[in-house]
Design a protein around this ligand. Structure first.
Ligand code: DC
Length: 229
């Protein structure tokens, strides 16, 4: 597809299928896809691996002093057809998707210094290219002038079931209830943090994919793209 290069921001609640749609859209349009959630997850993995956060402690002050030691990069995997994420040169794509990381990531994503640094990197990566970026604050903070903004929603039980199936397929031993609780808790923390909370931008289009197949959601998004360009 010969596509006009624009910035597409996809925000929304956890497990609404943002990254699936963003990947499909980027592949179809020949754009770069950036998964900003992966960047917060990598930062969380670093904090866990280096003992800054656990169930019963959180050493924010020392962690913030170490932020410049966290190097996040993406490398395109042509077999998987998306860019995998690396922490200080090591592929951590699988490690960051566990429930363990999911249960700490909203605490890390609430730290203003973390957000400041990652937003700057995201703006740098997406500057002047055709990009589809998904996250929680893309249309409001990272690229407030994005030409197309989608705010994704889906019914909670559908979101939990989708994430649960993904985790089980990867061998993570979780229950559907745990997954649902984690989604609710992350949504609450993401919406209620002081810095850049999860919000739909005023000019975002609400996109409920509860009853859409992957093909249908892609078709709908392409139609919205075409209307914008
Ligand atoms: O998209 P995800 O579920 O992988 O994101 C993991 C967490 O990272 C999510 O619960 C909130 C945080 N996040 C954020 O605060 N801002 C973003 N732009 C992307 C993710």
């Amino acid at each position: 597809m010969n596509s006009k290069k624009i910035t597409i921001a996809i925000d929304g609640y956890s497990s609404t299928g943002k990254s699936t749609l963003a990947k499909q859209l980027a592949n179809k349009l020949g754009f770069v896809y950036v998964d900003t959630g992966a960047m917060y997850r990598v930062t969380t993995l670093y904090a866990l691996n280096n003992g800054f956060i656990s169930e019963n402690h959180f050493n924010i002050n020392d962690f913030v002093l170490e932020l410049d030691k966290i190097n996040i990069s993406f490398k395109y995997n042509s077999e998987l057809q998306f860019a995998e994420v690396y922490l200080n040169g090591v592929n951590v794509e699988k490690e960051i998707r566990t429930m363990h990381v999911s249960s700490f990531v909203s605490k890390i994503a609430a730290i203003p210094e973390v957000r400041y640094g990652l937003v700057k990197q995201q703006q740098e990566i997406g500057k002047g290219i055709g990009v589809v970026m998904d996250g929680r604050d893309i249309g409001t903070v990272v690229f407030p002038s994005a030409q197309l903004k989608l705010f994704m929603t889906a019914r909670p039980e559908i979101r939990a079931q989708r994430r649960y199936s993904e985790l089980i397929a990867k061998g993570d031993k979780v229950s559907l209830e745990e997954v649902l609780e984690n989604l609710k808790s992350r949504d609450f923390q993401d919406e209620n943090r002081a810095t850049d909370p999860l919000r739909a931008a005023a000019d975002a289009i609400y996109f409920d994919n509860s009853d859409l197949s992957l093909d249908q959601q892609l078709e709908k998004a392409i139609q919205l793209y075409q209307e914008r360009v």
